[in-house]
Design a protein around this ligand. Structure first.
Ligand code: G3P
Length: 241
């Protein structure tokens, strides 16, 4: 049923390829069972299929022990959910950027709401990602921290009001100003930094609204990872762009 639906809409997707290529969707598996181990691979395969047919960049952030198995199975970008600012040397228990790169990651989230860091830690995590030529996505919780994060010149800043995370209430509807103000703040501080938004995003209209508000894409989790049929949920997510 899903397969037929996807094939049926392939023509629509082909006509919009190009416009969509700059839209970036980053799916965070968190520690949901539905996104752990082989389930992370299945999610990544769904991401790859929808990314290919819709001409949208979809990346996945599995748990760190799953990076290698996911990166070997799919050719979409794989991100870590966290990286430390540690370099080579005596740093037992730290997550080293070079190690996640060798496992197959192209970048990492930094300072996710569920894995907060100090400002100094954020700076060193981004620095070590840059040293290893990797992407950085600094998560922020308000406009002021977005401005501070932009000063580190990461690849992306992802604004996510913590109260809306996992709520099913999309930030693009509940607090559109936080997106536009974050886009303005980042542009003032560091014009090359792209802004994503996240929290409660799950529907095509949420993604469309985020793009219209100036975001380059979305960071999302539960709406897709915990969906009964993640591939259909992804298909619906990209259907309006
Ligand atoms: O990292 C994504 C995030 O925190 C948003 O979670 O479940 O509201 O999409 P969710």
């Amino acid at each position: 049923m899903v397969q037929i639906l996807l094939n049926h809409h392939a023509v629509f997707f082909i006509s919009t390829i190009g416009e969509n290529m700059s839209v970036f969707i980053l799916l965070n598996c968190k520690t949901y069972d539905e996104g752990t181990g082989e389930n992370a691979v299945k999610l990544a395969e769904a991401c790859r299929e929808i990314a290919e047919s819709a001409g949208v960049e979809i990346a996945i952030a599995p748990q760190i022990p799953d990076i290698h198995r996911v990166a070997r199975a799919v050719d979409i970008p794989v991100y870590a959910q966290h990286v430390d600012g540690a370099g080579p040397g005596s740093h037992t228990g730290k997550i080293y950027a070079k190690a996640i790169k060798e496992a197959g990651a192209v970048g990492s989230l930094v300072n996710h709401s569920e894995r907060r860091l100090t400002l100094a830690d954020i700076e060193s995590s981004v620095a070590v990602l840059k040293e290893n030529k990797m992407m950085s996505v600094i998560c922020t919780n308000n406009v002021a921290t977005t401005a501070a994060a932009a000063a580190f010149n990461p690849t992306y800043v992802a604004i996510e009001p913590p109260a809306l995370i996992g709520s099913g209430v999309p930030v693009s509807k509940a607090d559109p100003d936080i997106i536009t103000d974050s886009v303005d703040a980042a542009a003032r501080i560091s014009p090359n930094v792209k802004v994503l938004c996240g929290a409660g995003i799950s529907q095509g209209e949420d993604l469309k609204a985020a793009i219209e508000l100036g975001a380059k894409g979305v960071l999302l989790a539960s709406g897709i990872v915990k969906a009964d049929d993640p591939k259909s949920a992804l298909y619906e997510l990209v259907s309006l762009i």
